[in-house]
Design a protein around this ligand. Sequence first.
Ligand code: B1M
Length: 289
Amino acid sequence: MADIDTDEAFQELSDCIIKGDAPGVDRLVKACLEAEVSPGAIINDGMIPGMDVVGELFRTNQYYVPEVLISARAMKTGMAILRPLLTESGIEPLGRVVIGTVRGDLHDIGKNLVAMMLEGAGFDVTDTGIDTHPDEYVQEALSQGAHIVGMSALLTTTMTNMRSTIEAVEAAGLDDQVQCIIGGAPVTQRYADEINADGYAPDAASAVTLTKRLLGVGVQEESPEEQGRQLYLQARDALQVAVREEPGSAEHRGGLEQTRQLVEQAAEVGYDPTHLARLTAEIERELAR
Ligand code: B1M
């Protein structure tokens, strides 16, 4: 058995995940295993803290999609080594998620990000890929014993297949065991409410928080101050996306509406009105463009 300072190794492993250094992760995971560190500790104390930092950097616009994908790939490198050992040692995942892009939709970059972040957070994830028929979600949910069905859609024309999927889950009598969550650029909380989804997340990091919250695992209750801050950051992100769209287009109006809803939610939990007033003024300016 090789000798190793586990605290140091975990810190290095976490740094490698943050930097997206896949060869570093490969080396460190193997070194930890060589030193008989348990796969669960390697994931929970070395890799997941790194991915948590990545999630936070992404949420606060310090990391963008390419950095997150590179970190997620590094995470996957470690998971690929550890997954068979975890199955052997019988460590239970936080929950089982079936995720896919809905029927008719071929966009998968965002969905892949969400899947990787969920896997990184300790969930067992089955990815149905793109163009997923409602029946396929149901079959996978049944065979995997899923707790969560996650749907991604990037087109206003395919969003409607989220409703069909939720209906299929209900028709299969799975709605007691399975919660349906949705996301994707044109999707909003309002739409989630309209189609009776159990949750909506605007980005991959929030999808992890939402999944943990729905399953009651690993999430401490956020203070109203923190909730407000998160909603404000989401509103700011939504506005940034909306202003890039053609003024007056459905995407532009939808993005501004989503921003307004988030501003209202942040106001409800008492977030600083000066910051929110700035966003509201920007929404008004955009609407007048
Ligand atoms: Co397409 N496309 N596309 N496209 N494409 C959009 C979506 C579009 C907005 C571009 C535009 O016109 N401005 C537009 C949709 C208009 C609309 O319906 N409102 C559009 C169109 C029209 C089309 C085609 C119809 C074009 C054509 O053929 N005429 C066609 C449709 C094909 C089909 O799906 N049937 C098409 C095709 C394609 C490509 C294949 C070329 C390519 C996809 C490649 C791939 O995914 N492998 C593509 C791309 C790349 C885009 C844009 C440019 C980028 C999408 C993306 O990957 N964003 C996009 C324009 C845009 O968004 N600005 C566009 C990055 C990604 C990280 O973000 O997916 O939003 P996103 O995911 C985020 C969140 O939304 C959230 O978390 C992610 C990370 O933060 N999230 C979830 C996503 N899923 C979630 C699930 C959750 C929770 C959160 O819970 C389960």
